[in-house]
Write a protein that binds this ligand. Structure first.
Ligand SMILES: *Cc1c(COP(=O)(O)O)cnc(C)c1O
Length: 288
């Protein structure tokens, strides 16, 4: 098995969140936007990445945060504020309108003009950025049978599928997405919507390694993180990457992969979120 270390891209702007932002940031510059606005929960890796990008590249940033402002901010929100991001808390009801034109117009009236990046950073430009992972794999692991990633919105897995099947790659390795949410069948439709090519068949989602749902985990997963670190000197986190690697190891044990298969796992980063994990364990607020 090979690990693509996207966790090492940058200490604060890392992993798939950087991949997904890259072309959006270029587009924002092209449109002469001074401000980036995006959406997320109090522990969102995407909010973290947008705040870091703003600080590093000179954009003002606004985070529209789901739910009321807590008396004590999460470590993620503390960090993004220190980057200069202004926080705009909206009720869960309003948050659901985040893709509606009228709601966006209302935000523009209140907060001024901005470049709008959707929740999780997932849009067509994000897919384009993620596809570059496959270009890099063509150099690093030209002979591969499986490419595996953890999934939240499905944007990353969609980019990998596009890269493998519709990009320059001639490999056509099978892409496996491991959703970290419970009952994630809906993601098949979302991924199809993002890749816009229903003929592409050599991908699937592995729905069995969510550990109870988004941001849920147990002692087995925490022990796995410790063992993995001891054995391979690679840090994982319990929200995304540990579920992926645990799932791959378990599938290997169950002979899911044909003997001799070359598997590439994408380490999508998220390690800055480890700071928030203790609080996360205590509050069910952000679990969906
Ligand atoms: C956001 C995130 C994901 C999920 O990416 P999607 O494109 O939303 O599916 C996976 N891993 C890490 C570390 C993330 O931060």
């Amino acid at each position: 098995m090979h690990v693509k270390r996207d966790d090492l891209i940058h200490p604060e702007l890392t992993g798939n969140k950087w991949r997904k932002l890259k072309y959006n940031l270029l587009q924002a510059k092209r449109e002469n936007k001074e401000t980036l606005l995006t959406f997320g929960g109090a522990y969102s890796n995407h909010i973290h990445a947008v705040a870091s990008a703003g600080k590093l590249l000179g954009f003002k940033t606004i985070g529209v945060i789901r739910g009321e402002r807590a008396p004590i901010l999460s470590p993620t929100l503390e960090y993004v504020q220190s980057c200069g991001m202004s926080l705009h808390f909206v009720t869960r009801q309003d948050y659901r309108k985040k893709s509606e034109l009228d709601f966006i117009k209302g935000l523009k009236n209140k907060l001024g003009d901005f470049y709008n990046i959707p929740e999780g950073g997932t849009n067509d430009l994000a897919i384009k950025g993620v596809q570059e992972i496959i270009d890099e794999l063509d150099e690093a692991v030209p002979e591969r049978d499986y490419v595996c990633t953890a999934c939240g919105t499905g944007g990353t897995v969609a980019g990998l599928i596009k890269g493998e099947n519709l990009g320059r790659s001639k490999q056509n390795a099978k892409t496996l997405g491991f959703p970290v949410l419970k009952n994630a069948d809906w993601m098949y439709g979302d991924v199809l919507g993002l890749i816009k090519e229903s003929e592409v068949k050599n991908w699937s989602l592995v729905l069995d390694y969510h550990f109870g749902g988004y941001a849920k985990y147990n002692k087995t997963l925490i022990d796995f993180i410790h063992d993995f670190k001891r054995e391979f000197s690679i840090q994982l986190e319990p929200i995304y990457t540990a579920k992926l690697f645990y799932g791959i190891f378990d599938l290997v044990d169950k002979d899911f992969f044909p003997k001799g298969s070359t598997i590439v796992a994408i380490h999508t980063g998220g390690l800055q979120g480890l700071k928030g994990i203790k609080e996360l364990a205590k509050s069910n607020d952000d679990n969906e």
